[in-house]
Design a protein around this ligand. Structure first.
Ligand code: DC
Length: 229
């Protein structure tokens, strides 16, 4: 079997990372969560007052901060997953909260941010044997990926899943706020001028609103066995 590149793109809170992680585990591939990288840059921006009171972004300051920042994944032996680190500090928990979620879309729309992170992602994945999830993996980062999936589900189903996930982690959450955040992010992610969220022509569309996790996994394994042969 060859070591292929698996690109999983789609709308936010569709369960991409859960299924991508599980798939990677099952087939012995490395999982890379590119959303965590955009979240890390957002955390860096929030921490350094890069958002002005009117919501606009001081791009010059962000550019110089980013030039010096070290954004990396390190394996967490306790969970067997990778955690996000910024300049040596574990920020895995910080990047999952509502503050980062509600500021990440404008950061992910900045061209120099995308350029730097895309380059880093291409370096991490070039040898193959990876499952990478994001918004532009099959279209921009690895247009040559052998297996491409585009995942989506209704906004209400996604908001419910995200609400449950935050509750389980003991993090404060309101369903209405989450639903609004999902609608806002869908809009910004698919209307930005650089690398807007869109399905690659050769991606398999999976709407998982009414699918169980096992059903999703069956579909992915079938496609994988076909592509990696
Ligand atoms: O997958 P996520 O919700 O953790 O992603 C956070 C944000 O980052 C999301 O609003 C879209 C953006 N993103 C992106 O623009 N490109 C990627 N490859 C991954 C995420």
């Amino acid at each position: 079997m060859k070591k292929i590149i698996i690109a999983i793109d789609g709308t936010s809170s569709t369960g991409k990372s859960s299924i991508a992680k599980k798939l990677a585990n099952k087939i012995g591939y490395t999982y890379i969560d590119t959303g965590a990288m955009y979240r890390a840059v957002t955390f860096l921006a929030l921490k350094n007052g890069v958002f002005r009171p009117d919501g606009s972004i001081d791009e010059n300051t962000l550019d110089s901060l980013l030039g010096k920042a070290k954004i990396e994944f390190r394996r967490n032996e306790a969970t067997s997953h990778s955690d996000m680190y910024l300049n040596g500090e574990n920020i895995e928990r910080d990047i999952r909260g509502m503050e980062v979620s509600s500021h990440v879309s404008p950061i992910a729309a900045i061209p120099f941010v995308r350029r730097q992170l895309v380059l880093q992602q291409q370096i991490m994945g070039k040898a193959g044997g990876i499952v990478m999830d994001g918004r532009d993996i099959g279209t921009v980062v690895f247009p040559q990926a052998e297996m491409k999936i585009f995942m989506t589900a209704s906004p209400e189903v996604r908001a419910q899943r995200r609400y449950k996930e935050l509750q389980e982690k003991g993090m404060p959450a309101s369903y209405d706020e989450i639903l609004k955040n999902i609608h806002d992010r869908d809009y910004i992610d698919s209307h930005r001028s650089v690398s807007p969220l869109k399905q690659a022509d050769d991606a398999y569309l999976m709407d998982n609103s009414d699918m169980t996790f096992d059903e999703e996994m069956d579909v992915l394994l079938k496609i994988f066995n076909d592509k990696a042969r």
